[in-house]
Design a protein around this ligand. Structure first.
Ligand code: HAM
Length: 441
């Protein structure tokens, strides 16, 4: 009986793994450039961790179970609660700001579809201990830097930014009661899932129509001028003025950090997770109908809720699936073939032990070295070298006996020359420089 991976889960064959590694390398490079440190946590947590503040959406998508001791556990659907829990445990001893990233596997019991799986990886970046808009700007700039790093410009993806307090104050000015704001956010987060505005309006009006009519809310959301929204917010009291001032500074910082070209203001971004308290943002492909490539925001109450001291926090996560779909859709996915630095070929079976010794010496120099398990004609071995993506072939033959030399052939240019085997054994890099690890699409 042939078995397949369960629905929404993936097998990673070498070609898929090459893409994963290419993406993870870019995630790590950008994280380091922004001075974030890598951490990790457990694959499952106490169910309560998610019940506390992730919100209905995520809790209904949990893979949860009881262990033999009767504990209620859940496989992590996102990383933020784990990272906040870890921060809370050591909050007093960590110098601020704390900037951590993770690259980790998540599970959500969602209906599998394009860009949405049950098991996926997330690059998750969190900053703790800085309440001002500079931390928000750095997070958003890091997301923009990643997009640039993998070849996606502002014409391909944009980052839409809003602020929950700003949205709340504008909604309340329309009549939504403060205690109903969370429900209003849930509805707004699902706005684009409705087929038409009329469907959204019917749903909104059934529950929130007594507060504010959907038609007015839709008109409000269509207001794309950041300036107009900020001006309205400024006139909504002290808190409104503070939020507007922060958003203006955020815009200045984004400009200075070189990310402004990706960013635009969009009141429709409220985010589904319940823990957000301030700035919220999402990256969306401009062309497609895919879900968000990445999303995040400020969550200033979560660490305290998990037993730590009051700690401002902001972060975002990018999944591996949507970005892969988008790169494919735009035909920008890198073409990644297997690559070896060197393929050692024996031209004389009697010299195979020497060839094998050379393989070992080259590998000690951290070169990626292949050779054929079967003794075969030289032409066949050259074919194997090409099939494995080798940059150089080293042919060990009679020349070794006669003069201690081997032929080194550059498989890209076809150039061939004799090289002293003793030199190859000690410093082959001169002949086989490693490819640039940044080489991307
Ligand atoms: P999220 O919006 O739930 O936020 O997920 C972030 C990203 O993870 C999404 O934009 C999407 O690319 C990817 N993703 C989520 N679910 C799936 C899925 N079922 N299949 C494939 N990809 C998926 C969070 O997870 C927050 N913890 C982000 C955050 C970090 N907020 C603050 N810090």
């Amino acid at each position: 009986m042939k078995m397949q991976a369960p629905p929404g889960m993936r097998d990673f064959y070498p070609e898929e793994m090459r893409f994963q590694n290419w993406l993870f390398d870019a995630w790590r490079r950008v994280s380091r450039a922004f001075a974030f440190e890598e951490i990790d946590g457990p694959i499952f947590e106490h169910l309560d961790l998610y019940k506390k503040k992730s919100g209905e959406g995520i809790v209904s998508e949990l893979f949860s179970f009881q262990d033999r001791g009767g504990r209620e556990l859940a496989i992590r659907p996102e990383m933020t609660p784990t990272v906040a829990r870890m921060l809370a445990a050591r909050a007093s001893s960590l110098p601020r700001p704390v900037k951590w990233f993770t690259i980790a596997r998540m599970c959500r019991a969602e209906k599998p579809q394009r860009g949405r799986l049950r098991e996926f990886f997330q690059w998750n970046c969190e900053t703790f201990g800085e309440a001002g808009p500079l931390a928000d700007a750095e997070q958003i700039a890091m997301l923009a830097a990643l997009l640039r790093e993998i070849g996606l410009g502002p014409d391909d993806v944009n980052i839409r930014i809003s602020h929950r307090a700003l949205a709340a104050s504008l909604l309340q000015a329309e009549g939504v009661r403060p205690e109903r704001t969370a429900l209003a956010f849930q509805k707004l987060d699902r706005l684009e899932k409705w087929d038409s505005d009329a469907d959204f309006a019917r749903d909104w009006n059934a529950q929130l129509g007594a507060d504010a009519r959907a038609e007015r809310v839709l008109a409000l959301l269509r207001e794309t001028s950041e300036e107009a929204c900020l001006t309205r917010c400024e006139s909504a009291g002290e808190e409104g003025a503070r939020v507007a001032a922060d958003l203006r500074r955020l815009r200045e910082h984004l400009d200075a950090l070189g990310a402004a070209d990706y960013c635009r203001f969009d009141l429709r971004i409220v985010r589904g997770l319940a823990y957000y308290t301030g700035t919220v943002f999402e990256a969306h492909g401009r062309a497609g109908e895919l879900r968000a490539v990445a999303g995040g925001g400020r969550y200033d109450e979560l660490v305290e809720l998990l037993g730590g001291p009051a700690t401002p926090a902001i972060g975002f996560a990018m999944g591996d699936c949507v970005i892969a779909e988008l790169l494919r859709e735009l035909d920008r996915a890198p073409r990644l073939a297997e690559s070896l630095d060197v393929y050692v070929i024996d031209a004389d079976e009697a010299l195979f032990p020497d060839a094998l010794r050379l393989v070992a010496d080259l590998r000690r120099q951290r070169l990626a070295v292949g050779f054929s398990y079967k003794r075969a004609a030289v032409s066949k071995q050259f074919k194997l070298a090409a099939a494995r993506g080798a940059r150089f072939a080293v042919v060990v033959g009679q020349e070794l006996r006669a003069a201690g030399q081997a032929q080194v052939k550059d498989l890209t240019t076809g150039e061939q020359r004799s090289v002293r085997v003793a030199d190859l054994r000690t410093d082959a890099r001169a002949f086989a420089p490693r490819p640039d690890p940044k080489a991307g699409p």
